[in-house]
Each structure stands twice: as C-alpha cells, then as structure tokens.
Design a protein around this ligand. Structure first.
Ligand code: ADP
Ligand code: MG
Length: 671
C-alpha cells in the first residue's frame, strides 16, 4: 500500500463507501490520513437512568425490556426499544437502521451512549451508540475521534478506514528539519498524525494538535507570502477617478454614515485612485454597516466604466445582497446580476454572455463566481464578504477573473490586532470601530433549560407585537439524518407550544438551495414569524424586524460564533433580545456564556474567550469561527501562528509545506 493509493485499495471500502468519502474530497489514503477528527469523545462510567438530565450526553447500563419495534415514517425507518435499570426507563430510537431488529434482543444488556431528550415527559435517547459492557470498559480509557461525516458514511466506517491505514502514517515525511523541531518543541509530523488519529492520552493529543495547527498556519502564511511578493508593486490599471456619484449615493441613503464608514470609503477611493492596486480589508463588528461601504466601492468602479464582483459564502446571503443592491443601484442605472449554484443552466449561460459583453455591471454570488466559465469584460473590483469563510486560494481565483483588479475583503471576525497583522499580512486594514447611532444595545440572558417555556412565551409576545424571531438548533454530529430530525422535531414542537397564529418555519442543510432561498425570502418579507434553523443563518443575514435570537445548546458553540449569531438581531431601531439556553448545567459552561451577557463588543468577547479557553476545548465541539483552518484556531494557537511566522521569515521558501496541509478541508456536516 502507498500513501497515494486510491481508498478502494483498503479492505472493506467498496465503491459506495468510496463515493461517500469522495463527497468529503477524500480520495486517497493520504487524504484520509490528513482529515482530522472534528472532536474527541471521552467515555465516562455509566450513570443511572434516574440521574440522566435532559440535554446531557450520558452512558447508561441498561437491559432491553421490549421487542424491537420497526416502522416506516415519511420514508424513514424508525426502530424503537425500551430500556431500564433499577432507577428508571427510557425510550431509545434509531433512524434508518432496520437491521437492528436482528442485532438487539429483549433481555440483552448494553451500555447506551447518547444525548438525553425529553419527549412527552419521558426520557429518550435518539441514535445512541451501544456497547457490550466489557467492550465499553476498554473504551473508558480511550479518546474516541469523531470525524466529519456525510450521508452514507458513519463514524465507525471512518474509524475503521483510518485503522486500516495506520501502518502508512510513518511514511508521512516531515518538511521541518529536526533541529528546528527540537528547539521549538514541535512534535514530529508522523507522530502528530499518529496521535491525532489514535490519541494515547490528552497530553500527546494536545501536542499533536499544536503541531498540526502549526502546519496549517505555516502553509497558510507560505501561500500568503507568495501572493504578497507577487502583488507588491502592481500598477493600478483601473484608476477610479472620483466624480459626484459616491456622494449622490451616500446622500440617497436613509441614514447618515458613521465616522468609520466614511473613513473606510475614503481609504478605498484613495486606493483605487492611486498608483497601485488596492488590497484592503474592512473590519467591523457585526452590524457595523459594512455592506454600504462595499456598495459605495462598487458604485465608484462602475461609474468609472468598469465591472465589479461581490462574493459571499452562502446562497441565502448572496440573494439578500442582490436584492439590496438592485434596490440601491436602480436609480444610478447600474445593472446587477445574481449567480449562484442553483441558478438554472439557461439563465447562467445568459449571465456569462452578458457579463462578457459588459452588459452586467455588478455580479453578486457565491463560489459560482469563480467557476471557469465566468468571464468579465473588464473587472476592476472584487469584494469578498465574510471573508473568514474563504481561503486565500478562493480569493485569488476571484481576483484572477480580472487583470489586476482591486481587492476588498470584509470581515466581522474580531481578531486581536497583533494576530490580524499576521493573518492579513497582504492587506491594508480599515476598521469601522463604532456601530450606527440609535441602536438599542441587545439585552442578553444566559439561562438553563428550565427557562425554555418562559422563553417560548416571550417569543409569542414578541410575535404578537409584529416582531420576528430566530431559534438556532445546533447541528448534531452523528449523521445528516439526525441533524434533520433534530430541526424537524424541534419545529414541530415549537408549532405545538406557540399560539396557532405564529407562523413557524425551518431552515436546514439538507434543503435544496431554492427551498432555503424561498424560506429566507418569506422570512425577510415578514411572512414567517419564527425561523428555526441550524447555523446556516450565522453569516450576514439582515432582517431589521427580527428582535429575538434564541440559541439552543449554546454551550456547544464558541463565543465568537455566538456573537455572530447574536449579530442577526439588534440591526434596526427595535429593542432586541438574545437568549442563550445552556444545555449543560455546569458552572464553567454558565460562566462562559455570561461573558456574552456582560458585553456586546466582539473584540472584548474574543479576548475573554481567548483567556478562558485552554486546549481542553478540543474535547467538546471545536470553535468553528475560522473556517479556513481545520485544526488550528487563531485564538487557541496564537503562539503557533507567531511561531509559523517566525520560521517563515527565518527560512523563507526553503521549507515548503506539503500540498495537503489545510487543502483537505472536509467540512462534513457543516452547512
Ligand atoms: P454588517 O457590518 O454586519 O455587514 P450591514 O451592512 O448588514 O452590517 O448593516 C446592518 C444594518 O444597519 C443594515 O440594515 C443597514 O442598512 C444599517 N446601517 C448601515 N449603516 C448605517 C448607519 N450609518 N446608520 C444607520 N443604519 C445603518
Ligand atoms: Mg455583512
């Protein structure tokens, strides 16, 4: 076997499993080994059913006291059993595992591991893992990796595949010479991979993760450095000379720009009118009003006779920007088009054509913008919004659509300034420091699950006053089906507890793009009162009439991500509220959420988060704020980021990182 061998050379991996892996961009043994667990589970000693609390992940040793009941509901096979121990009973449910009928039998005992739910007042486990006690005993000493998954791929299959290729790990060569590793206390690369997949203990795992974080940062900075050298003195061939258009546009706005917004626009206009090409980052907290800055830049470029492009990470957001731009630019005679994955093929062809002929001035869209077929007549400005969702290479591909166009990136991720300078080494930075005036600060509360019923009453009251609400359910990692059931069930439950005139709808990752767009449009139009969603709405969405953000199992999210979610409300004049439901009744978890209660300032939160989090965070769900890194976390591994920069400066391009590091960005069930 060889690192570059196809996955199907692994025993037990057939065509179907290989196809599932391919969806995660894993085709070879090497790619498999470079796909890191998203988190690790520890197996605790079993507790009694009587002690199990709602929302908690528990292990219970119990006997099956019913026959396995298998039925079909909405195309899904549902298998139910009842279990009991001396302290109580539970109902256990699995989806799409009809074979369980032949595996489980009444009278057998197992350790069941899963998250406790309450349904009609009784405790339930959905989709638990189950083990014989002897096997479970062995596992309590292990850290169990949880890999990114997709339909047709279970964690078990993933673990088995990695086990089958374990012998190949030693073939992974280290590009960092031993003397550097020793002086910087970096774990050897193959040892790091060994420990990431088969952690012997927490200490070794932490070192392994640090090493991989280092590699991700190093290879990121390495790419960045190449770009920087390439771009340093590019002559500005798209001079944008200021007319009155931007002023007219600003005067047409229903509000006055903040000082920061003005300064950002002035920086941009100065750049684009200057001698070299613009490369600028606009940073501003959620709700600071970055969109209008992008709009001013696009307008200036179009009025100078060129084209502009705006790329965003989700279709929903693209659609929203498109609607807004069309409205704003109409009076200025600017032609805007939308290009997303779900745009019908015929329409796409029309757009390609008009774009090439210069009949479209501004193109808004998702990754669809960087497809090969997209050609511009004369592209002078590319903007990426919510840039933390894009990698350097995607930014670069959009840029390559023009001949040295100006580049503007927008980010709401609060990053301490020292890190920003490293991460955005190739960019000049404008900061929008203050929020628009007249906003009422969001009122926050972090509460336990016992507050849920009160929260529902509050939602109902807000809806009766004409406001709208978001409810966020976290994704469940086990499988996509589970994710779906979670949001579906939650929505049903909410419909039954809220007054009948409350219109409740849901949004989740398995919906087709058109369905998602339709729901989002209805929500923006005020036809939906309560939107239940996974974190798809985390970035950018702007509905000024939304006043409540309720987050279930808030303890599972990183603080920075919660801050992003919170940024979906408080965008208009109305008083807004954020309710963080803490599903884990520990003091530590509550203290963490209290940081959000104390402050609405993204930079403060990022710093507090940094102070509170240690490597222990990896044993929960990792912070997913910075999607361009898989293992690395700019807060947690700030020291590795600095080290990577130091080594790069010292050794330059003599140490080339292997192509695979951070190139395999398996997102699994991330939406
Ligand atoms: P973000 O920085 O998070 O992208 P947006 O650009 O979506 O924020 O702006 C949030 C909301 O604030 C929008 O509804 C926008 O119209 C409004 N807004 C932007 N700038 C101002 C301002 N200077 N005064 C009042 N409202 C503003
Ligand atoms: Mg935005």
């Amino acid at each position: 076997m060889n690192l570059n061998d196809d996955l199907q050379t692994i025993k037990g991996i057939g065509e179907k499993t290989a196809a599932a892996f391919a969806k995660l961009h894993i085709h070879t043994v090497n790619e498999l080994l470079h796909t890191y667990p998203r988190s690790y589970l520890t197996y605790e000693d079993p507790i009694m059913i009587g002690e199990a609390q709602e929302g908690e992940r528990v292990s219970v040793l119990a006997v099956i006291n019913t026959y396995v009941d298998v039925r079909k509901v909405r195309g899904m096979t549902i298998s139910n059993i009842g279990i009991r121990d001396s302290s109580g009973t539970m109902k256990v449910t699995w989806f799409n595992q009809p074979f369980l009928k032949n595996v489980l039998a009444k009278g057998d005992s197992y350790v069941f591991v899963g998250t406790v739910k309450l349904r009609n007042g009784s405790k339930c486990l959905d989709h638990p893992e189950y083990y014989k006690l002897e096997k479970y005993r062995e596992m309590t000493t292990e850290l169990m990796p949880v890999y990114p998954l997709t339909k047709g791929l279970t964690n078990n299959t993933f673990v088995k595949a990695v086990k089958a290729t374990r012998g190949m790990i030693s073939q992974i060569e280290d590009y960092i010479p031993e003397e550097i590793r020793q002086s910087e206390k970096l774990m050897e690369l193959s040892e790091a991979y060994e420990n990431v997949h088969f952690p012997q203990n927490e200490t070794l795992l932490v070192s392994a993760i640090r090493r991989i974080a280092f590699d991700e940062f190093y290879s990121f900075l390495y790419d960045l450095n190449k770009l920087k050298n390439k771009n340093i003195t590019i002559e500005n061939t798209h001079k944008v000379v200021q007319g009155s258009a931007v002023n007219d546009f600003v005067n047409s706005l229903p509000y006055k720009l903040t000082k920061g917004q003005w300064e950002a626009i002035e920086d941009i206009l100065a750049d684009m009118g200057g001698d070299s090409v613009m490369n600028r980052l606009v940073q501003g907290d959620v709700g600071a009003g970055k969109t209008v800055v992008a709009e001013a830049a696009l307008l200036a470029v179009v009025k100078a006779g060129y084209q502009g492009a705006l790329m965003v990470p989700t279709e929903v957001l693209a659609k929203q920007h498109f609607t807004e731009l069309t409205k704003m630019f109409d009076a200025f005679g600017i032609r805007v088009a939308l290009l997303v994955g779900s745009t019908p093929a015929k329409e796409k062809r029309g757009i390609y054509e008009r774009l090439k002929n210069g009949e479209i001035d501004v193109l808004v869209g998702t990754h669809a913008l960087i497809e090969d077929k997209v050609e511009f007549a004369d592209l002078a400005l590319v903007i990426t919004d919510e840039q933390h969702r894009f990698g350097v290479s995607q930014r670069e591909r959009l840029r390559s659509k023009g001949t040295y166009p100006h580049v503007l990136v927008m980010s709401a991720t609060p990053i301490p300034r020292t890190l920003a300078i490293i991460l955005y080494a190739d960019l000049d930075i404008s900061v929008i420091a203050e929020l628009p005036k007249g906003r009422k600060p969001i009122k926050n509360c972090a509460v336990g699950t016992n507050y849920r019923e009160t929260a529902y009453k509050f939602l109902a009251a807000q809806v009766s006053e004409g406001s709208q609400c978001y409810v966020i359910c976290p994704m469940v990692q086990e499988s996509e089906t589970m994710d779906l059931t979670n949001v579906v069930q939650y929505t049903e439950r909410l419909r039954s507890v809220l007054p009948p005139n409350c219109k409740v709808e849901m949004l989740h990752g398995q919906m087709k793009a058109e369905e998602k767009n339709a729901i989002m449009e209805r929500f923006l139009a005020g036809e939906i009162d309560v939107l239940v969603s996974t974190t798809v709405i985390e970035v950018g969405i702007n509905n000024q009439n939304a006043t409540v953000m309720m987050v279930e199992n808030a303890e599972r999210f990183g603080l920075a991500q919660l801050h992003q979610l919170r940024g979906r409300v408080g965008r208009g004049k109305k008083q807004s509220y954020c309710i963080f439901i803490n599903g884990k009744p520990t003091k530590e978890s509550m203290d963490r959420l209290k940081v959000l209660e104390d402050s609405n300032d993204g930079f403060y939160i990022a710093n507090e988060d940094l102070k509170m989090r240690g490597p222990g965070d990896f044993f929960g769900i990792r912070q997913s704020g910075e999607a361009i890194f898989v293992m690395a976390d700019i807060y947690n591994h700030a020291d590795m980021l600095k080290l990577a920069q130091t080594i790069l400066l010292k050794y330059g391009d003599t140490l080339e990182p292997p192509a695979l590091v951070h190139k395999v960005q398996s997102q699994g069930t991330v939406l």
